[in-house]
Each structure stands twice: as C-alpha cells, then as structure tokens.
Design a protein around this ligand. Sequence first.
Ligand SMILES: *Cc1c(COP(=O)(O)O)cnc(C)c1O
Length: 343
Amino acid sequence: MDLKKIVRPCIYSLEPYSCARNEFKGDASVFLDANENPMNYPYNRYPDPLQIEVKKKISAIKGPDVSQIMLGNGSDEVIDLVYRIFCEPGKDNVIAIEPTYGMYKVCADINNVKYIPILLNDDFSLDSSRILDAVNGYTKVIWLCSPNNPSGNDLEKKEVENILDNFEGIVVIDEAYIDFALRDSWISALKKYDNLIVLQTFSKAWAMASIRCGMAFSSLEIIEFFNKVKYPYNVNFLTQKFVSKSLDDSNKKEEWVRMLIEQRSFMIEELKKIPLVNKIYPTAANFFLVDVGNATDVYNYLCENKIIVRNRNKVTKCYGCLRITVGTREENITLLDALKKLK
Ligand SMILES: *Cc1c(COP(=O)(O)O)cnc(C)c1O
C-alpha cells in the first residue's frame, strides 16, 4: 500500500505543531519553557503528549511496539482522526458493514465524507465479496467491527482476511469487545498487513468508560500520521495516571471478564425460558441482541420499571430487537424478573 496515495495531501505534507514538551528531550530541573504556573505540582504541568509511560505498559501486554500505538480521548477520537487523516471531504468515501456502531457514520457526516453501508447477511455474518464489490477509486477506508455492535457476533476470519488481502486502502477493525471474544486479537496480523488499524478501548472490559481512553494499533508509518494530526495533549494527566495504574493490575480485568462471561451464559439460558423472547442472537461481547417482537412496548415497560436497555427496533435487520448489556448477577435477575412478569 502506498500511503502517499491514501493519506490526504494536506495531511501528508503537514508540519505539525511542536509543543514545548516535544522540543526538549532530556533531563532538566527548571521548566520555564511552557508558560505553566510553577505552583500546584503535578497538575500545573502539561501531560506527556505521546503518553510513553502508559504505552510501554500497553506494549508489554498487547505486543506492538510503543511507536505502533496511538491513544485517544476514547476510541471515538480515533474514529474521527481516521476521517481527518485519510478522507478528503466531498470527494472520498468509506464503506462499513450494516448494522454497526453508529459513530462511523456520524463522523463521516461531520467530515462530509460519503458513507456506504453494506448489509451483513441475515445471521449478521460478513460477505466480504459484497464489501469488495462496493469499492471504487475514491474508497479510502473499510470499517469492520468485531465483535460487532449491536449484533454481538464475531466476523469470520476468512472473510476479514479476504478484505485485508484485496483492498488497497485502510481496513479498520474495531475490537472494543475483544476481551469477551475468546479469540486472538487482529493485532497479531499487523505484521502481515500494512493497511490494518486495530481499535481497542478501556471503556468496556477494563471498566473505565468515564476516564476516556481508546487505543489504536497500526504500522509505525500510520501511527505517525495520528500523532501529527491529534491535539497535542489529547489524553490528560489524570487519565494517563489512572490507566497506567490499572494496567499494573490486569488480573482484575480478567476476573471481571470471567464474571461477565458467566453471567452472559446465565442470561441466555434464562431468557430462553421466557415466552416473549423469540430469538437470542449468538454473541462474543458483553451484550446480546434479543428479538422480543414488539421491542418498543417491552422497552417502555422496562423503563417504567427503572430498567434501561437499548431499543434497536429501528436499526436495519434489528426490527423487534433489544440490545441488552450483561450486568451484575443482581441487575440481571432484576431484568429477568421484570420480563417474566410481562404478559
Ligand atoms: C463502546 C464502543 C467503543 C468505545 O468507544 P470509547 O470512545 O472508547 O468509549 C468503540 N467501538 C464500539 C463498536 C463500541 O461499541
């Protein structure tokens, strides 16, 4: 893949902002370079723009080199950056599976980039040839989400590989739910594919949605473009500290994942017994899609009982469906009891 043909010309030639903390490299004790207030340490100092301490720990857990990692203010920032780096507004387009995570389309609209949704099969599996058929000379990015939101299923490896092998542009695989999927991450394919970007997040399995930190893994060359385009201090000091501390105890995350996977099986078994439930779609995530017939009625009833699920009734191929997140055992039982009472 020739990045010069894929990256927007204005980004390819961009001279990035050089912040004070980037220009000075070395050891110093007197910092009079950044117009900071000398009081109130450590909050007075600008944070590390490249979050090296955090990335070293991520690198140790996930494999890729520090230079192949980008951290964002949530994955949502990374998604927006993909458009700003690769897609010329009013000219280029992207392809995405349908249904999928809503932010890919919202960011396309914000950036005035044409968004081409390509239907998944009825069982939400991926037909790579249908995606590849939709590619034209202006297609810069293909968005894949695996496990997919809102359907919950993992996309088939062979189909994803077919896209990686045959598309001469960027393939993003959003793995927000990878920890629940019991398979290896696509990160291991970065060695083979120089057009791949893998997204992960601290918002789901790591249970840190509020602190806003998302990850992108890719080639060094692609990550350099992310570093040029992002706001210099996009991940604040408190977030960096908190993520860094949490990475020292990844056992906790694994324990949570085990608990949620167990609860997921419990929920599926129990929901099968409820007559209202027509179908539970297979899931590799911490949520599942359930066909309950009149989803809006069920949704409203649950709201009245102070239980909030996601109504996906209006989403393509999800008519009649609710998307239910796996909670604590107590929360799950509350939901099941409410559904059992609904006549
Ligand atoms: C929840 C989710 C994310 C996470 O976004 P953050 O901005 O990191 O919180 C990303 N992608 C998908 C598909 C999601 O469902």
